[in-house]
Write a new protein. Structure first.
Ligand code: FAD
Ligand code: NAD
Length: 442
């Protein structure tokens, strides 16, 4: 048993919302000798999102990239309270939040109120559908572990239904048409994983279906991966072409129905396309709790619908005692795991520094403001190839191919949250190489 100090009424209470990149990093680095800490999150685990696309086809198993949050809290010097709940409201006037838990069948528990001295908002963002009709009802997203689980189930459902006796060729083609909407890194990495599954596994186990399989990536802009260098965009698009992944650029999805999508092509014509599985990856939108807090603050301080505008010390503009980081915050940095993680480290250090001060929220200005320089960008594009853009000696190194894929693998292995996760992911990769992906339906 680990002996942890109990709650101390003389210390400030730090409430952390979330268990993602930002929140888990604050939690890991904050000194619990100096604070009573409470964590509130609907997820009782941290999720390593960069490897989430691999879970959609079983390259990696879900639990390998999930880390129970109690693996962190149990090793802190003071007992940390964890509530599995959503924060539904923040009251910056009274320094209180409202939380609501739920049972495993998603029935709601009664709402309850918690007091904080300092609040850390790290609730991330939700999927943006741009109110496109039918998306919520028929499309799968790719943000959480249950999204990956749903995609894997639907994929196998399409495949087994296509293989069923008496299936018409037209219906088989529809079921095996996999559509990805959004050519950002999420959409591209998922399309790459899907291609691997189709060529490595489907070809072997369902040879009669392989001719009818088609993957289409739909992107509204003139090219995929707009945040990457032109050469790497070209490399990705050429690799997709070689792999027969159909890219429809300058094409916007306007509606999703049960078995078809309606797209507007570059000539503004509306075209209906049949599909079996659709994955929607068109970026982020602020969560309800973020929006609610934003609406309580003057528009002069909070003018961005993307989230909570923060200053150089990650303080939410227009309120006191609330910090925000990661995808729910708005600063000059992109919504990335590497940004949220570095913000988390900075904030924990700053919080440790101001713990004893009564005017800590103001005193944080004695710290060096948060600054971020990118480690570079990496993305997997399928067929054992990755692309990378890395800052080296004030220059940007760009590379793509199989060697970059090995670098991609080692970079993510070293970034995983624990030795346990690293071991699980290495085991999954070895298992896939030896036996292929598991195609049984759960
Ligand atoms: P999250 O990590 O999303 O965590 C938010 C937390 O808040 C979660 O625990 C959630 O359960 C909790 N929460 C939600 N609502 C509430 C509420 N009401 N109350 C309390 N808690 C709440 N970035 C990179 O830099 N490199 C990559 O390779 C990369 N790959 C990605 C791959 C995929 C498929 C996706 C979807 C994203 C990827 N990203 C990557 C982006 C990265 O995951 C995000 O930028 C990062 O997760 C942001 O961290 P965060 O802490 O702000 O939010
Ligand atoms: P994104 O915002 O990066 O890309 C979404 C894409 O969808 C855009 O290119 C947009 O033009 C397109 N789009 C929007 N509406 C559309 C429509 N109706 N029809 C067709 N296309 C449409 O979103 P993402 O890929 O989900 O990424 C979210 C964040 O997470 C980004 O900051 C990204 O950099 C980060 N991320 C990084 C990595 C990585 O570094 N490897 C991986 C995944 C995500």
């Amino acid at each position: 048993p680990i002996n942890q100090k109990p709650y101390d009424p003389n210390l400030k209470t730090l409430v952390i919302l979330g268990t993602g990149w930002g929140a888990a990093t604050v939690l890991k680095n904050v000194d619990t000798d100096k604070y009573n800490v409470v964590v509130v999150s609907p997820r009782n685990y941290f999720l390593f999102t960069p490897l989430l696309p691999s879970c959609t086809v079983g390259t990696i198993e879900n639990r390998s990239i999930m880390e129970p949050i109690r693996h962190i809290t149990r090793h802190k010097s003071r007992d940390v309270t964890v509530y599995e709940a959503n924060c539904t409201d923040v009251n910056p006037q009274t320094n209180e939040i409202t939380i609501q838990g739920f049972t495993d069948v998603q029935a709601e528990r009664p709402k309850t109120v918690l007091k904080y001295d300092y609040l850390v908002m790290a609730v991330g963002a939700m999927n943006n559908t741009f109110n496109t009709p039918g998306v919520e009802k028929y499309a799968c997203f790719l943000k959480e572990i249950w999204d990956a689980k749903k995609i894997r189930q639907k994929l196998m459902d399409c495949i087994e239904t296509a293989a069923y006796k008496g299936q018409t060729p037209k219906e088989r083609k529809r079921l095996l048409h996999m559509v990805v909407v959004g050519g950002g890194p999420t959409g591209v990495e998922y399309a790459g994983e899907l291609y691997d599954f189709m060529t490595d596994d489907l070809r072997y186990w369902y040879p009669e279906l392989v001719e009818d399989v088609k993957i289409t990536l739909v992107e509204a802009l003139p090219n995929v991966l707009p945040m990457f260098d032109k050469k790497l965009i070209e490399y990705t698009q050429n690799t997709f072409k070689e792999n027969s992944i159909n890219i429809l650029t300058k094409t916007m999805v306007k509606e999703v129905k049960e078995t078809t999508i309606t797209v507007q092509d570059e000539n503004k014509n509306l075209v209906e396309i049949p599909y079996g599985l659709i994955v929607w990856a068109t970026g982020n939108k602020a969560r309800a709790v973020t929006e609610k807090l934003r609406s309580k603050i003057s528009k002069d301080d909070q003018s961005s619908p993307r989230g909570l505008v923060v200053d150089d010390y990650l303080r939410v503009k227009g309120v006191k005692n609330i910090w925000a980081l990661g995808d729910c915050s708005v600063s000059k940095y992109a919504p990335l795991a590497q940004v949220a993680e570095r913000q988390g480290k900075w904030l924990a250090k700053a919080l440790n520094g101001i713990a004893d001060s009564d005017s800590g929220y103001e005193d944080v200005e004695k710290e060096t403001p948060f600054q971020y320089t990118s480690y570079g960008s990496l993305a997997y594009i399928g067929s054992d190839k990755a692309i990378a853009e890395l800052p080296i000696f004030n220059r940007s190194l760009k590379s793509g191919g199989a060697a970059t894929y090995l670098f991609w693998r080692s970079a993510y292995l070293s970034e995983l949250f624990s030795i346990r996760s690293t071991a699980f992911v290495m085991y999954d990769w070895a298992k896939k190489t030896m036996f292929g992906r598991d195609i049984s339906r759960e």
